[in-house]
Design a protein around this ligand. Structure first.
Ligand code: FAD
Length: 357
């Protein structure tokens, strides 16, 4: 039986960065990815999301990110990831959907159906895309229209002639409203009033990430980085803003009825579609046998350095690193976390391990 020094689960930005740095350090590893082709979650994003529409994609180690433009992000980024895997001969095996990871004394066993990989350490880089979150509201099952989540977004043309209720206070909701409002009738509801970003810069970004990091260090479930950075309107959203869509936001309704939604005060909106832009949860159910969760419901992570984005090591089991989780759930964060995780793995395996000297 071959025992790997590290197994990486997930080949998105965070997993590829981790694999690059493991390879650089000479650490024997394999990357297991559920998708049939390269691209991480980007390959599943909607066709109308162009490189001009993404908020910004960070470079991978040793490879600059593709430029902006009208080309589809779900083509450009997977193409870039595929080239990267080949250029760096990263040991990605796919499609492999990991079901569970078990402890076996000093080792960990990563299982996917009948197949298994035994390893000394684990880097989990599974993102959130496979765990869409839809809150439950009374009457949801009675709704006669269509209910979609961000993962199902078919592009704006699908909604023409339909009255669409967009639910959620994050970047995806703002973006959907920007696309839909010029084409069709929309209503926006959020749980809390949206917080619009006044200014943005390196300091504000770091402060926001520090807030998420503090939650993760305490063992709380991570908040999305956008929930602490606030929302911004880009040129793409100006037409919707001019139409007053963002100002006409309503608080959450109380229940769903067959033809629409009703608020606690009795008011009613008839809608044809409910678009749940209500976010995601970390895709970590396969780690449940490792009992990494704190009593507060999150996985507490600690850092080996001072940089808050390098908090990747599970406090409950230092063999396990989580990248793209909490403060590192962005392309830039995933990148840095990949490096930190490889460094932590080397440290766990022993001083001098993998030193080029
Ligand atoms: P992913 O890209 O999700 O990759 C995870 C990989 O793990 C996938 O290939 C998946 O198949 C695999 N996987 C999952 N579970 C398993 C399993 N059990 N076994 C095996 N493999 C598994 N961030 C930015 O920085 N800039 C942006 O412009 C931006 N836009 C975004 C737009 C949307 C709509 C969303 C939802 C997020 C956006 N983000 C953006 C956040 C960003 O996409 C992510 O933080 C980052 O790309 C995630 O990279 P990742 O490597 O953590 O995960």
């Amino acid at each position: 039986m071959h025992v790997y020094d590290a197994v990486v689960i997930g080949a998105g930005q965070a997993g590829l960065s981790a694999s690059f740095h493991l390879r650089r350090l000479g650490i024997d590893h394999v990357v297991l990815d559920a998708n049939p082709t390269p691209g991480g979650a980007w390959q599943h994003r909607w066709d109308s999301l162009s490189m001009d529409d993404v908020h910004g994609v960070a470079d991978l180690p040793d490879s600059p990110a593709p430029g902006r433009g009208r080309d589809r992000a779900n083509n450009v980024i997977p193409g870039w990831f595929g080239d990267y895997e080949r250029a760096h001969a990263l040991p990605v095996v796919r499609p492999v959907r990991v079901d569970r990871v078990d402890k076996a004394g000093d080792l960990l066993v990563v299982r996917a159906g009948e197949r298994s990989w035994t390893t000394r350490t684990l880097i989990n880089a599974t993102g959130t895309w496979t765990r869409p979150f839809v809150p439950s509201y009374p009457g949801a099952e009675t709704f006669l229209g269509e209910q979609l989540h961000t993962v199902d977004y078919p592009g704006p043309e699908h909604f023409v002639g339909k009255r669409v209720l967009v639910v959620g206070g994050g970047a995806s909701a703002v973006q959907f409203l920007g696309e839909l409002a010029p084409l069709t009738d929309v209503v926006w509801v959020t749980r809390r009033p949206p917080v619009w970003r006044q200014e943005w810069g390196e300091h504000a970004g770091r402060d926001a990430i520090t807030l998420v990091q503090q939650r993760v260090a305490a063992g709380l479930p991570p908040a999305s980085v956008v929930s602490v950075t606030g929302l911004g309107l880009r040129p793409q959203e100006q037409e919707a803003a001019r139409l007053g869509v963002y100002d006409a936001r309503r608080p959450m309704f109380a229940r769903i009825e067959p033809d629409g939604v009703r608020w606690a005060d009795g008011s009613f909106e008839a809608v044809d579609v409910i678009l749940w832009a209500t976010g995601f949860r970390p895709a970590v159910t396969h780690l449940a046998p490792l009992h990494l969760r704190s009593p507060l419901g999150g996985i507490a992570l600690e850092s080996i350095g001072k940089d808050v984005q390098t908090a990747v090591t599970a406090v409950a089991d230092r063999r396990v690193q989580l990248v793209g989780y909490g403060p590192s759930a962005s392309t830039i964060g995933g990148n840095r976390a990949g490096r930190a995780a490889a460094t932590a793995v080397r440290r766990y395996l022993g001083v001098g391990y993998g030193d080029p000297t």
